[in-house]
Design a protein around this ligand. Structure first.
Ligand code: AP5
Ligand code: MG
Length: 206
């Protein structure tokens, strides 16, 4: 089962990916998480990625494509994978087609006006990676799943979110057409409750 999660920033890709990976027992590969790990460890990739991510711009195609190509060659991807946040440009999608076959593209479909609130109110567990929202957890400082410290992502401020939404509209949204033409795109309504969105995803994936 080779699956792509497509959708704008804040649509719930990471939230749903954790649940999909657990149910279908496939590795969750988030290019954003890979970059954040590299930034934390101050690797050369992290230094390059940070200069783009802080501005809400996409990291250059050649950097991200090579990371994904290597990751998909690892043994745990033999029975399938879930890509979260890749591809994000038509160039990335074409490169991906050169080294793997995608079965299903889940497009998390949501009104872009809902996303600013979701992102500026997001808190992420620094230990297990689970996402929360202040509207549910208030000013809690610890993760309810593992007790890890909750943090706010550096790119979840209003100015950077605006730039991320522009990058999505200009560079990533054209992939909806691209995968529709390939016959692999499935739309999932992403403005419902987390469990409702997940139920819709499982109806598509079986
Ligand atoms: P990345 O980490 O992928 O960020 P993103 O696409 O901007 O998406 P997010 O992680 O912000 O949102 P999400 O859809 O995962 O939402 P979440 O589930 O957390 O990328 C970061 C940066 O890295 C990019 O800007 C770019 O610079 C770079 N990058 C990464 N991949 C790249 C690539 N392929 N090419 C080039 N550059 C790349 O949910 C958001 C919030 O909403 C949470 O608070 C959550 O609790 C809440 N929520 C979720 N679902 C619901 C619901 N159903 N109802 C109510 N609240 C909900
Ligand atoms: Mg995410």
């Amino acid at each position: 089962m080779n699956v792509i999660l497509l959708g704008p920033p804040g649509a719930g890709k990471g939230t749903q990916a954790v649940r999909i990976a657990e149910k279908y027992q496939i590795p969750h590969i988030s290019t954003g998480d890979i970059f954040r790990k590299n930034i934390k460890e101050q690797t050369p990739i992290g230094v390059v990625a940070k200069s783009y991510i802080d501005k809400g711009q996409l990291v250059p195609d050649e950097v991200v494509i090579e990371i994904v190509r290597q990751r998909l060659a690892e043994k745990d991807c033999e029975k399938g994978y879930l890509l979260d946040g890749f591809p994000r440009t038509t160039f990335q999608a074409e490169a991906l087609a050169g080294f793997t076959t995608v079965d299903t593209v889940l497009n998390l479909d949501i009104d872009l006006n809902l996303l600013m609130k979701r992102l500026t109110g997001r808190r992420v567990c620094s230990a297990c990676g689970e996402s929360f929202h202040v509207s549910f957890i208030g000013d809690a400082k610890e993760c309810s799943k593992c007790g890890g410290a909750l943090i706010q992502r550096a790119d979840d401020n209003e100015e950077t979110v605006n730039n991320r939404l522009v990058a999505y509209t200009n560079q990533t949204a054209p992939l909806i057409d691209y995968y529709t033409k390939q016959g692999t795109l499935k739309n999932v309504q992403a403005d419902g409750k987390i469990d409702e969105v997940f139920a819709a995803i499982t109806r598509v994936l079986g």
